[in-house]
Design a protein around this ligand. Sequence first.
Ligand code: ZN
Length: 260
Amino acid sequence: MNLLMAFLLSFLLAFLAFIKKALTPSALILAFIFAFLIAFIGGFPSFLMLSTVFLSTVVAGKIKAEKRKEISKDIHEKGHQKDVMSIIANVAPGVFSLIIYYLTKNNCYLIVYAALMAEAISDSLASDIGILSKKEPINILTFKKSSAGLSGNISLLGVFASFIGSLLIALIYLIFYHNISIFLIITTCGFLGNFIDSYLGALFQVKYKCPKCGIITEKETHCDTKTKYYQGIKILNNDMINILSNILTGLICYILLFFI
Ligand SMILES: [Zn+2]
């Protein structure tokens, strides 16, 4: 895509994010730069994938926003507004893959980008829709019932939403590039990536316990008290887990591409 068009489209997307108050001011600037690079290198299809990830997050965030806020405020470290680290964690690996594509002209990296976008949408829909599940979710490691919203806990609704998200990104690829095998790879990688994310989240993500009410949370304070370390690796918060699962998803996609 030419520079001007890439600039206009990324500006439009950033403007939409601004209106929807989806990002913090610094995250907005970074998102604009990333969107520009994606449009310029990957062209319209890649830009459309990014926009789909963004719009689905906005739309999913609107469904039963109050209920989500209620659950989220006890569990999640950050509010719904994404900050610089979330943008880096969710978009930077894809941008990196596109830069390699730009330098090498190897199509694999364009496909890896699509797989990473599929993972991003899968992950965000799994949490945003999954959190609304009427049934209590289960922990991906122990299969025991556990609280909604906590990393590593999955619900049938979340898994379904994540599959639909992944399918959507793969469909964009199919429409523009007409390749069924790659369509299947992207769907699989996105869907699998979300499981990797949940699995790593359950295994390694740092979790705390509130000494007052006993809730397990990702927050460092609860009930106006500093929470106590409960489990996981201290430096591994949700963003770090996202980066790790992105890298693994990218690798899996790259390996799968050798078989076709
Ligand atoms: Zn508490």
